[in-house]
Write a protein that binds this ligand. Structure first.
Ligand code: PLP
Length: 445
């Protein structure tokens, strides 16, 4: 593959953009390919190379790069009509009504502009309504670029994971291992009166994919309720991806107090939202005292795109298609791993997938996967799958980034460049795309 144009663009970008990119994960080595356009399930780079795309914008693009016609018309209509006003519009109400109708925990919403803004606002709301400062998060969990959650450490003490955040911020954050009920109960025994909320993804999709073991989310629900703290599910990735229109909370049957959304809910445009019980969400200003505001929040173009996205999924077999192809891909990769890399594990559910380069549980794996099962919840290989963020970060992350990802790219498949981020099947993917991808896995592994 020729990458001359991308390399030249990266040279220019390095002079005027920090690190040559506007989001650090895009700075793939030795230089990123620059995208010229999308086409269904594919992206075409500046040199004309075509890739089957499983990054899908890091999650928002449920339909791939060609949104269904109603989405495109709605975007054009709202872009031409405004595009925004600093005054409310009907489309914000319609979108909120739709989400509240489908997501079990949501009665009321506040739309914002990114997943980060959603988690920042949700944490502020939890602290505001409980009058408590501490939050519990999962080790390896990611909730965007927010000061309270960019931490490392454990229940015994946390510190900021990046320069620029005062260490006092981390004093209020307690990281615990995902899937470890005992530790979270101990933390509540010790700090229960000071804890405003537990904030977690229902499935760790940024460090993973790591599934909750049976009963873990229920235990978080119980322990937060017992101590008067809130349970916040960060469904920025899983929202309208896992569990269809009911999201992961519907799939697992655990109802949080607050939910953060992003990605799909904006139909490919910048978005975030905090949803939950009306008595809580109402506490945002101006109804309540917890400050929340934003120039672009509820942007009509975003609201229209997001609303048409979800309506189309309600009226067509979108989740049937993406979940079937997701399962086909996971099963196919599992078969290939059996032959070529039995120490690695396929993880994922619905239309999310990842191959974790981990040796965790390797001894059990070869037998357990003999039937080619790749659905994690029911897989006999379940014990070998990662259970915590650490299980994933202990995997062969360098090999993923420096070797495997590059090889897949050279075979025309665009995966997420780090070991930790989930990958996504879209409505635009076809059986042929999956077969081509499996051939690339065979060659690259
Ligand atoms: N929460 C989760 C679970 C995420 O995956 C992300 C981003 O990937 C965020 C929050 C932050 O969202 P954004 O990048 O839109 O700020």
């Amino acid at each position: 593959m020729n990458h001359d144009e991308s390399r030249a663009l990266y040279d220019r970008a390095l002079s005027v953009l920090a690190g040559g990119v506007n989001s650090s994960v895009r700075a793939t080595q030795p230089y990123p390919f620059f995208v010229e356009r999308g086409d269904g399930a594919h992206v075409i780079d500046a040199d004309g190379n075509r890739y089957v795309d499983y990054v899908m914008g890091y999650g928002p693009l449920l339909y791939g790069h060609d949104a269904p016609e109603p989405v495109q018309s709605a975007v054009q209509k709202h872009a031409a009509a405004g595009p925004m006003y600093g005054a409310p519009t009907e489309i914000e109400v319609e979108h909120a009504e739709f989400v509240a109708r489908h997501v079990p925990s949501v009665e009321m919403l506040r739309f914002v502009n990114s997943g980060t803004e959603a988690t920042v606002s949700a944490v502020r709301l939890a602290r505001g309504v409980t009058g408590r400062d501490k939050i519990v998060v999962m080790q390896g969990g990611y909730h965007g670029a927010q000061e309270s959650t960019l931490v490392e450490g454990g229940p015994g003490g946390a510190k900021p994971s990046t320069p620029g955040i005062p260490s006092s911020f981390a004093d209020h954050t307690i990281p615990v291992p995902f899937n470890d009920e005992e530790t979270v109960r101990e933390v509540f025994e010790e700090h229960g009166e000071d804890i405003a909320a537990v904030l977690t993804e229902p499935i760790l999709a940024n460090t993973g994919i790591v599934h909750p073991v049976d009963g873990y989310l229920e235990a978080l629900r119980d322990v937060t309720e017992d101590h008067g703290a809130l349970l916040i599910f960060d469904e920025v990735i899983t929202g309208f991806r896992v569990g269809g229109l009911q999201c992961a909370q519907g799939k697992f049957g655990v109802t949080p107090d607050l939910t953060t959304f992003g990605k799909i809910i904006g139909g490919g445009f910048p978005v975030g939202a905090v949803g939950g019980k009306a008595e809580l969400v109402e506490q945002f200003t101006p109804g309540g005292d917890v400050f929340q505001s934003g120039t672009f929040s509820g942007h009509p173009v975003t609201m229209a795109a997001g609303h048409e996205y979800l309506k189309y999924a309600a009226e067509n077999d979108v989740y049937g298609h993406v979940n079937r192809l997701g399962e086909k891909l996971r099963a196919g990769i599992t078969d290939i791993l059996e032959d070529q890399a039995p120490e690695y594990t396929v993880v994922g559910t619905d239309s999310m997938f990842k191959t974790v380069f981990t040796r965790h549980g390797a001894a059990e794996r070869a037998d357990a996967c003999a039937d080619g099962c790749a659905q994690v919840e029911s897989c006999p290989n379940y014990d070998a799958c990662p259970k915590t963020g650490a299980d994933v970060s202990n995997a062969e992350t360098d090999r993923w980034e420096r070797v495997f990802w590059q090889e897949m790219k050279d075979h025309g498949v665009f995966l997420t460049a780090n070991q930790f981020e989930s990958q996504f099947v879209s409505y635009a993917h076809t059986d042929e795309d999956i077969e081509e991808t499996l051939e690339a896995y065979k060659a690259a592994l």
